[in-house]
Ligand binder design. Structure first.
Ligand code: ADP
Length: 614
């Protein structure tokens, strides 16, 4: 069979380069990555064997072989293996989305290797220690195998091999040049033993290697499931290694949670809250969920049924004693016990976050920054405990740079204030300077600045928190305790307000307000109307919503508004007044970050007007 030479996909090539030149100090981890892949392949083969008995294997295991003279280390498994196409697709390319983002972060990071595992490119870490890697694989059930080889530069070779055993063998040809103690270390059985003990003890399949004297074969790992061991016998480092194995994330998790339920339906759970969000957190087809085991036997990857969707970033294992070994996703979705597990796990995760909030604010802030937008999705589900979610939520606020919890907001409320004021919008910068906030700011009322898309929606459907009503500062009439525009003023403005309403076709109503202190005007939504951001979101989702007509509110204390009234009394028919009205409306729209329907016309009106005043 002839040898074919193929090119790595551009992104893969760049990642490889980073690995080849990596100065990451802990090179041991390449072995952990290979063993982790081998273990996954054995899991997959066992699952495939459940439905097709020809795929079953006698003695599933991983073997690590070293050859000091040839300077090689080989990790061999009798797992599922790969077809030729799979080798090209899985090893020659980085198929996952977010690759561009990955590369940018890798290039900027001082420790690129720290980031490698997170994106599922663990295999490439072999090039930290290798000048050549050979992979021989045969997919279980297939006739022939494939030999892949690369020096980590731009290309790799592929060859069909007739006599490969089922499964995969990865041979790392160790680089000779590094250091005095030399990379030959990795060709030493004692090094292999140490690394396996340290990183891979919990792997559920035997990892075998030559004994200390180089003869005989030994199983190096205890194969004990961490969640089945007594708590006081598992140390933090073991949890962290396990997390790396299941989450493909080299960053330590923020929290480790263990849970055990006894009684009629027994299960154990070992959960992790990661320290940063995966790049696919908001992708519908993202890889989310935990692993499901039944009595220590791996059943399912990425099981999303065991936690509510808004906690989909939680990683870990649930081991249920009383499920059938060939349970399907469909059955999982309906199973009553699974629903109970799900509720209990969700509660436990929320309780953990709440504790974190009190005990370690710094850690909590990291958590909320990474996962808050996902957690808040839970507020959209009436079946969820929405109070529990609001209890751990925090929001930007006019009170300071750091986000605040609702409890802290309530504690700071002014005497006589009975509402939680908020404003929604697309970014803090946009919302913060919106005219709607002026009076609230002037009178010292704190306003929450809600800028995640999901905020627009939940805040519509949840009336209050702990008895305090949520109240938008950009909607309805202002209801600041001390305020109302005096009757006599309203009267003297009646003619102007009526005329503006007729002249400006786009507005629903025109009225005076106490909301403003510096600006002449602003636009507010009806008490039950759509906010502009919500309107935009509906349109983006392809829904046909009529443009909401909003209310123009005027600040009677602003010189422009006063002058307009006088001018209107004196010369109501002057066409220049209608232009002023249009400019006033356009300015209000711009000030809140809105979009003008005819920006060119606005610019021309403004330029003409300025020309007369300079
Ligand atoms: P990750 O393991 O994080 O997905 P890798 O780069 O380590 O990323 O591996 C890419 C893919 O190649 C794996 O997801 C798996 O499908 C396949 N693969 C790697 N090693 C093996 C193996 N020993 N047996 C079967 N498939 C493997």
């Amino acid at each position: 069979m002839s040898t074919e030479t193929l090119e790595f996909q551009a992104e893969a090539r760049q990642l490889l380069q980073l690995m080849v030149h990596s100065i990451y100090s802990n090179k041991d981890v390449f072995l952990r990555e290979l063993i982790s892949n081998a273990s996954d392949a054995l899991d997959k083969r066992r699952l495939a064997g459940l439905t097709d008995e020809r795929l079953r294997v006698e003695d599933p295991h991983i073997a690590v072989e070293t050859d000091q003279r040839a300077r090689t280390l080989t990790v061999r498994d009798n797992g599922i293996g790969m077809t030729r196409d799979e080798v090209v697709g899985l090893i020659g390319t980085i198929a996952r989305s977010g690759t561009a983002e990955t590369l940018r972060r890798l290039r900027e990071s001082k420790e690129p290797a720290e980031l490698i595992g997170q994106f599922g490119v663990g295999f490439y870490s072999t090039f930290m220690v290798a000048d050549k890697v050979t992979l021989v694989t045969r997919k279980a059930g297939e006739e022939t195998g494939t030999r892949w080889e690369s020096a980590g530069e731009g290309t790799y070779t592929l060859e069909t091999v007739e006599d490969a055993p089922e499964g995969t063998a990865v041979t790392v040809h160790l680089r000779p040049e590094d250091g005095e103690d030399g990379l030959h270390d990795y060709a030493e059985p004692s090094t292999v033993r140490r690394i396996v003990k340290q990183y891979s003890d919990f792997i559920a399949f035997p990892i075998r290697a030559a004994g200390p004297d180089g003869t005989g074969e030994q199983t190096l790992n205890s194969m004990k499931a961490l969640w089945a061991r007594p708590r006081n016998e598992v140390d933090e480092e073991e949890y962290r290694e396990f997390y790396r194995h299941i989450a493909h994330d080299w960053t330590d998790p923020l929290e480790t949670i263990r849970l055990r339920a006894e009684g009629t339906f027994e299960y154990e759970a070992l959960l992790f809250i990661p320290a940063r969000r995966p790049h696919d957190l908001f992708q519908r087809d993202g890889r989310h969920g935990v692993q499901l085991y039944v009595k220590r036997v791996f059943i399912m990857e990425d099981s999303r049924e065991l936690l509510p969707d808004h906690l989909r970033f939680v990683k870990g294992v649930v081991d249920a004693a009383d499920l059938s070994l060939n349970i399907s996703r469909e059955i999982l979705q309906q199973d009553r016990h699974i629903q109970l597990i799900r509720r209990r796990l969700a509660k436990k995760v929320m309780a953990t976050v709440k504790e974190m909030m009190a005990a370690d604010p710094e850690k909590y802030r990291t958590f909320w920054r990474e996962f808050g937008p996902a957690v808040k999705e839970g507020l959209l589900d009436p079946a969820e405990d929405r109070k529990a979610i609001l209890d751990v939520a925090s929001f930007s606020s006019t009170a300071g740079e750091e986000p605040t919890s609702l409890a802290d907001y309530v504690a700071r409320m002014k005497d006589g204030q009975d509402k939680i004021y908020y404003m929604t919008g697309e970014s803090r910068a946009q919302v913060e300077n919106s005219p709607h906030l002026e009076a609230f700011r002037a009178q010292g009322y704190e306003v929450l600045l809600l800028t995640d898309p999901v905020d627009e929606i939940w805040v519509e459907s949840i009336p209050d928190h702990d008895g305090k009503e949520f109240s938008s500062v950009a909607r309805g009439a202002v209801d600041l305790p001390a305020d109302e525009v005096p009757e006599e003023r309203t009267g003297s403005y009646a003619a102007l307000l009526g005329w503006l309403g007729e002249t400006l076709g786009d507005v629903k109503d025109v009225r005076l307000t106490t909301r403003l202190t510096n600006s002449p005007a602003c636009l507010v939504s009806d008490a039950d109307g759509l906010t502009p951001t919500l309107e935009k979101m509906y349109r983006a989702m392809g829904q046909d919503v009529p443009p909401a007509r909003r209310i123009l509110e005027l600040n009677p204390d602003h010189p422009l508004v006063g002058a307009l009234r006088t001018a209107h009394e004196e010369r109501a028919d002057d066409p220049a007044l209608a232009e002023t009205a249009e400019l006033l409306y356009g300015t209000a729209l711009l000030a809140e970050g809105g979009d003008l329907t005819d920006p060119a016309r606005f610019a021309k009106l403004l330029a003409d007007r300025l020309a007369r005043t300079v």
